[in-house]
Design a protein around this ligand. Structure first.
Ligand SMILES: [Zn+2]
Length: 257
């Protein structure tokens, strides 16, 4: 499986998972799965050309993560859409509710051999806080490091805001992400890294060296859609905060930055 990262809307990331055909001799099209299509850009249409979109997986219901679903379904009406239980009850695309992730079995039985031969494991972990129904979508192929799509819960050098959940829930969800294998590849919903770096640089002195170091600030860059978990554990202050009271304080400061 290959992950293709694309930009959409103002600063969103969206992802296409490419599954090579099982056999080079068959003329079957390459299968593709979309994650969080906030918008279908010309670049995405050209990536899909000659390929078959099999499924759309949604980390949460916000429009900038689902805005392109209907356009994709118009072109690929048999694609299966999956969302969390909570979001499946409040989203409708072309008049139909998405499947919830407990029905992911549909995906493995309906996807062509190209997918089922890749010994894929797809899991949706509830990580409430940004929204009630937010999930982290974990995809693992064989013994390779897991690909984990975290939506708007964690960002490079930062974390998401609480729109529906509480800071306590978000803190717990970050503890869950921290518990994943250190070589997991995290894929973020937005390109906020430089803004996060500015925030931490502004508050560096107050935060102290346990949370923010000069070396960590120097790692910030634009255009990073994916980072290894151990890299973020080393530098992301929101992952270094140990108690929920401090987390509430820093999350609140970041909200007003
Ligand atoms: Zn969101």
């Amino acid at each position: 499986m290959k992950v293709k990262t694309l930009r959409c809307l103002k600063d969103n990331w969206t992802f296409l998972l490419h599954f090579p055909s099982a056999s080079a001799t068959t003329s079957s099209k390459e299968s593709v799965v979309s994650i969080d299509p906030g918008e279908v850009t010309d670049e995405m249409w050209s990536e899909l050309k000659g390929r078959e979109l099999e499924a759309i997986l949604l980390t949460h219901h916000h429009h900038d993560h689902v805005g392109g679903v209907e356009a994709l379904l118009q072109k690929y009406p048999s694609a299966l859409v999956f969302a969390s239980d909570r979001d499946a009850t409040r989203l409708k695309f072309l008049g139909r509710s998405p499947h919830n992730f407990s029905e992911l079995g549909l995906l493995t039985t309906e996807l062509p051999a190209a997918l089922s031969t890749h010994s894929m494991r797809i899991l949706a972990h509830p990580i409430p806080g940004h929204t009630e129904g937010q999930v982290a979508i974990e995809i693992q192929e064989g013994t390779s490091p897991a690909h984990v799509f975290v939506g708007d819960t964690l960002f490079a050098f930062g974390c998401g805001r609480c729109f529906e959940g509480t800071p306590d829930q978000l803190f717990e969800s970050l503890q869950f992400l921290k518990s994943l294998p250190a070589d997991s590849l995290l894929y973020f919903g937005h390109d906020y890294e430089l803004r996060n770096m500015e925030f931490w640089r502004t508050w560096q002195e107050e935060a102290g060296p346990e949370l923010v170091t000069q070396e960590a600030l120097a790692t910030a860059t634009s255009g990073r859609a994916c980072a290894r978990l151990d890299f973020e554990l080393q530098r992301n202050p929101f992952l270094k905060i140990r108690d929920v009271e401090s987390f509430r304080l820093w999350r609140d400061r970041r909200n007003h930055f």
